[in-house]
Design a protein around this ligand. Structure first.
Ligand SMILES: Cc1cc2nc3c(=O)[nH]c(=O)nc-3n(C[C@H](O)[C@H](O)[C@H](O)COP(=O)(O)OP(=O)(O)OC[C@H]3O[C@@H](n4cnc5c(N)ncnc54)[C@H](O)[C@@H]3O)c2cc1C
Length: 492
């Protein structure tokens, strides 16, 4: 019986008795990264085939809001038309800080330098962005407005490191419909070119030669394993590994404390495993995006988050992802959002949080008792917070004065404890180590000839949930897909 073909074991070219198809560039996955890689490789004159496991294009990109993080270089058309100047230096400094200890300066620089060009390219593909700003503190614009703060730019410590500027770009579409729209546009662009698309076609493993160069890919189509020759290379754009529990347990167990993995069912890490099988380094595998969507309503930002010791731990005006990440890091088994009942606002109709009311009280003592917190600590936390908030200050955690006001009776608290109902969606940020060009490298930094990766299969610009900003994943996937497509097409 033949040995099962698995992504962790490449096929050697000597075991290939027949090439069933030949192309220059084989792109694995038809989501955000794959579509952009295919378009650029085709536009550079290469023959391109896309192999997509699903029956249609889209991937997680089509499930997303398609917010794209762009700016710098003086500003995108939208930023400039809205009267905003966005310096590259500010965008670079913000992204480097937001990337944490593992930020990749070469990639960040390349992304920032190419960001306005990327905006123009998306527009040239057919993406429409209105010259407008959505001024609410929100997770996404539910109107067709474009610009939105999608990170912690205005919050401490980032506001002191780089001049804040909104860089999240939403497509001109009402509601949360950006993802299907973007993928519709990119799919049309692929279809308008001489790109050979194969749906229901799962890539199984890479094909390598004696020098460990990648020369093709094994794909299963109609129950048959086909050997595809890729004369210039294979671009892995197969998403991340958030749907692979075994890989999560092995690489990113802390993410399992969050509640819902989000992505498409093929986010199983096959692309990453294929890259690893030929010596590609997998980096940053422990980190991921996780969020606690406690706004809208934005009025809940006037509240404070406390842990099982009744202590605050984050400035609550940060982006919801940064807050969610820090909630998961807290010791103890309780996280509460404590607020004035008057700030409950439109929680029941607007919120995605799904957190239950854990307690209410006319006094802090009553609330504390109901929440089962150690005697006096919540009272102390709120009283200290209130004294400073009344002066427009937060010496402890530096919440901006825009969101500071004393918390008044009647008091209420939402139960944001992980595992007790609150919505904590997550996805992975680790992947194959690549150069800014998309070439996959080994742990020594050597390029693996013929192998490229982009989007969530690679480890790109977003590196940590500790300061993720929305728009960095679709931004990174579409941008790095383009880089990899161009680079593969250049290969002799
Ligand atoms: C609900 C939701 C909202 C989000 N909102 C945003 C947002 O607004 N902005 C933002 O920046 N990020 C957002 N994200 C994250 C972002 O959507 C993804 O990280 C990004 O789109 C990934 O793009 P990709 O091209 O790497 O992967 P995908 O778009 O997932 O494409 C990967 C493709 O590869 C295919 N595939 C997988 N394995 C194989 C195989 N072995 N053979 C062949 N094909 C295979 C898959 O079927 C899929 O079509 C959101 C995510 C979700 C789930």
């Amino acid at each position: 019986m033949n040995e099962k073909t698995t992504p962790s074991k490449p096929r050697h070219v000597r075991d290939v008795s027949e090439w069933h198809k030949t192309t220059d560039v084989a792109v694995i996955g038809f989501g955000g990264a794959g579509s952009c890689a295919a378009i650029e490789a085709a536009d550079a004159g290469s023959r391109v085939m896309i192999f997509e496991a699903a029956s249609a294009s889209g991937g997680s990109t089509a499930l997303s809001s398609a917010e794209v993080y762009m700016g710098g270089n003086g500003g995108t058309r939208v930023q400039r038309e809205c009267g905003l100047e966005d310096k590259s230096e500010d965008m670079y400094n913000y992204l480097m800080q937001a990337g944490g200890d593992f930020a990749d300066s070469a990639k960040v620089k390349n992304y920032v330098d190419g960001s306005v060009d990327h905006f123009d390219w998306l527009v040239s593909m057919g993406a429409k962005y209105k010259n407008s700003i959505y001024n609410e503190r929100a997770i996404m614009a539910m109107t067709d407005d474009c610009l939105l703060y999608t990170g912690s730019e205005k919050a401490w410590p980032y506001r002191d490191i780089a001049k804040p500027c909104p860089r999240g770009h939403n497509l001109e579409v009402e509601g949360d419909n950006g993802g299907p729209m973007l993928m519709g546009i990119l799919t049309e662009q692929v279809e308008s070119r001489d790109i050979n698309v194969h749906y229901d076609s799962r890539a199984l493993t890479l094909i390598v030669d004696d020098s460990n160069s990648v020369v093709g890919i094994v794909v299963r189509i109609d129950q048959q394993e086909l050997n595809i020759k890729a004369e210039k290379g294979v671009i892995l754009c197969a998403g991340g590994f958030v749907m692979n529990e075994e890989m999560l347990k092995k690489y990113a167990p802390s993410l399992l404390k969050a509640s819902i993995p989000i992505g498409n069912p093929n986010d199983t890490g096959f692309g990453i495993k294929m890259g690893m099988s030929v010596g590609g380094a997998a980096i940053n595998m422990h980190d991921g995006f996780v969020t606690l969507p406690y706004y809208p309503p934005s009025s809940l930002t006037y509240g404070i988050l406390v842990n099982a010791s009744g202590q605050r731990f984050i400035n609550e005006d940060c982006y919801h992802g940064r807050v969610g990440y820090h909630c998961l890091q807290q010791p103890g088994d309780r996280i509460y959002l404590v607020f004035s009942a008057e700030d409950f606002g439109e929680y029941e109709t607007q919120s995605y949080l799904n957190a239950d009311i854990a307690g209410t009280g006319e006094t802090l003592c009553e609330l504390e008792e109901e929440l089962g917190l150690p005697n006096g600590v919540l009272q102390n936390t709120v009283e200290t917070y209130n004294i400073n908030a009344a002066k427009g200050e937060d010496p402890l955690l530096h919440k901006s004065d825009e969101w500071l006001k004393p918390i008044k009776a009647p008091f209420a608290a939402l139960d944001c404890t992980p595992g007790r109902g609150a919505f904590y969606p997550y996805f992975t940020l680790g992947g194959l180590d690549t150069l800014p060009s998309g070439e996959v490298v080994t742990s020594n930094g050597d390029v693996i000839p013929g192998l490229y990766a982009a989007g969530r299969t690679a480890c790109g610009i977003p590196r940590t949930g500790a300061c993720y900003s929305s728009g960095l994943s679709v931004g990174d996937a579409t941008f790095t897909g383009r880089m990899a497509g161009k680079q593969a097409a250049k290969r002799k």
